[in-house]
Design a protein around this ligand. Sequence first.
Ligand code: SF4
Ligand code: SF4
Length: 159
Amino acid sequence: MNKILTIAPEKCTGCRTCELVCSFFHEKEFNPARARVTVITWDKDGFSVPMMCLQCSNAACMQVCPVGAVYRDFATGAVMVDHSRCIRCKMCTNACPFGNNTFDLELDRILKCDLCGGDPQCAKYCPSGAISYVPDTAANTAKKRLAASKFRELFREVV
Ligand code: SF4
Ligand code: SF4
């Protein structure tokens, strides 16, 4: 059974460990700007949410890619980018409703969560259990969708 990342914002302390382990795993540097997870913090409210690719079943980034560079790894369920095919048009970054695909100008490539090949480091090292990697049951999927739509509404309010 595939597993999915789930987020429990009420447990997030905003420590940003997830960003650091993500960039270190992928880029061998502790650099939040190169992380595939971004912690959004509302200081005034004391509220933080780690945001990363939701690996949507009907992924907008996959639909808009004009060269078929976005594909699904069926072993992990992750939506992946084939950098050798990618023409750097950035349509996938525009299409993601959550802003979870980003483009690294210096590396000249798309940054997106690939579930670390099935062992997501953010879930592994989050000290408060705010990110979990759990079996993709119908209940978890429904919960994830509900959380995603709440985030979307939240972002609409603050952007
Ligand atoms: S590591 Fe966990 S607690 Fe820290 S910012 Fe990331 S999700 Fe939040
Ligand atoms: S930037 Fe690359 S992966 Fe994204 S839509 Fe364009 S060609 Fe596809």
